[in-house]
Design a protein around this ligand. Structure first.
Ligand SMILES: [Ca+2]
Ligand SMILES: [Ca+2]
Ligand SMILES: [Ca+2]
Length: 141
């Protein structure tokens, strides 16, 4: 995964800051997230807003808050990506059912076959019976 640079994050922020106020309000963040992911729900957008804003509660995400949030998010994604590759034992680029089961077990879940099948069904959005990195990441977010 290529490392996203600070400059790119700043450019993303500037582009989203339509009124050039130096901060993103909820509508600006919403427009940015919607253009990245058209299926995102209002409650996910609200969660993201709180995630970036932290506890200061002024309803504006400043550039510093945005960069801090993106850094945390990148670290989290890097960890998940490493986890994915660690469990992709045959380096197929996918987690097959047996590999996916080991990830869940490593996360402390003791699952029945039925529960495993249910989680696999929800995570495998492309319905090819295996979990791609993209499917894995979106399930964990
Ligand atoms: Ca603004
Ligand atoms: Ca594999
Ligand atoms: Ca799949």
């Amino acid at each position: 995964m290529p490392k996203t640079s600070l400059k790119e994050w700043e450019a993303l922020f500037r582009a989203a800051d339509k009124d050039k106020s130096g901060a993103l309000d909820l509508n600006e963040l919403k427009a940015m997230l919607r253009s990245a992911n058209s299926r995102i729900t209002d409650s996910q957008i609200a969660d993201t807003f709180v995630y970036f804003e932290g506890n200061n509660g002024d309803k504006r995400v400043t550039l510093a808050e945005f960069i801090k949030g993106m850094k945390k998010l990148e670290e989290f994604l890097n960890k998940l990506t490493a986890l994915f590759h660690k469990f992709d034992k045959d380096s197929s680029g996918f987690l097959e059912k047996n590999e996916f089961k080991k990830v869940l077990e490593a996360c402390g879940s003791k699952l029945t076959e039925a529960e495993l099948a249910e989680i696999l069904r929800k995570t495998d959005t492309s319905r090819d019976g295996k979990i791609s990195l993209e499917e894995f990441l979106s399930a964990m977010m």
